[in-house]
Design a binder for this molecule. Structure first.
Ligand code: DHB
Ligand code: FE
Length: 282
């Protein structure tokens, strides 16, 4: 049987990818950001998962504003790197896991989540930057990745509570897959940031710290944060944090925090990373 052994939540700031791609990680601005990612690289290399489910949001790269699925799962064998306006990042294409992806699609849809099935989907910084953060710059990504895309760019995004329940449904799906796979789930986005309007540049350390603490203290309470509260407290793009709840919902209630990193600012954003493990996981 497949099982989820751990979760990673992390920001997906595009400038982090650019700093890596352009060899600038040792510069004073970037050094403390990347120093905090070293642990995660060793941790995931040691864990050597068989497959990753990566929750992220598309930034109008695969889906324009013509079609905006609330939840879309990538069932393809390979996902090309999106061109976000300055050419695709020079990172390896992402290998999928069609068998597990189709199983999750079937299981979650029959479990009453109306998932869109994507058989072709270029993946943007939302997906590639978390891979770069945790894997560095390998010639090929060390594991297959199932992209699961969430709408947080056009109102109304799903609620945190709905996202948490989707995470629980994903865990049920994985548990009924008949191959012996160790799965890690990534939830990306956030933390506090606002890229537009009068409050552009907003960062709220207190909100972010309470959110990180809440992932273990009371994750259900966190799911009750409304969109308006995210907007007010964490900025308009802070609403990306609803995706962390999918990761958290997919883990056991008593999952343990293994590591966190928080740094302000990286680009316009508070960069956060949290690693959690299921206690029963082996
Ligand atoms: C930035 C952060 C994001 O999450 C994003 O999608 C785009 C830009 C930023 O900090 O610049
Ligand atoms: Fe983003």
């Amino acid at each position: 049987m497949a099982r989820i052994v751990a979760g990673v939540a992390t920001s997906h700031i595009p400038a982090i990818g650019a700093a890596l791609d352009n060899g600038r990680t040792a510069e004073p601005y970037w050094k403390p950001v990347f120093a905090g990612y070293e642990f995660s690289k060793q941790w995931i290399a040691d864990l050597a998962p068989d497959v990753i489910i990566e929750i992220y949001n598309d930034h109008a790269s695969a889906f324009s504003l013509d079609i905006i699925p609330t939840f879309a799962i990538g069932c393809a064998a390979e996902f090309p790197i999106a061109d976000e306006g300055w050419g695709p990042r020079k990172v390896p294409p992402v290998t999928g896991h069609p068998e597990l992806a189709w199983h999750i699609a079937q299981s979650t849809i029959l479990d009453e989540f109306d998932m869109t099935i994507a058989n072709e989907m270029p993946v943007d910084h939302g997906l590639t930057v978390p891979l770069s953060i945790t894997c560095g710059q390998p010639p090929q990504w060390p594991f297959p990745v199932i992209p699961l895309c969430v709408n947080v760019v056009q109102y109304p995004p799903p609620t945190g509570a709905r996202c948490f329940k989707l995470g629980q449904a994903i865990a049920r799906a994985v548990a009924t897959f008949d191959q012996d796979l160790r799965v890690v789930i990534y939830g990306t986005g956030g933390m506090s940031h606002q890229l537009q309007g009068e409050r552009a540049g907003l960062i709220n350390r207190d909100f972010d710290k309470a959110f990180l603490d809440g992932m273990t203290k009371d994750p259900l309470a966190l799911t009750r944060i409304t969109h308006t509260e995210y907007m007010r407290e964490a900025g308009s793009e802070g609403v990306e944090m609803v995706m962390w709840h999918i990761m958290r919902g997919a883990l056991d209630a008593d999952a343990a925090e293994v590591y966190r990193h928080y740094h302000v600012p990286a680009s316009n954003t508070a960069a956060g990373l949290m690693i959690m493990e299921n206690r029963r996981a082996t």
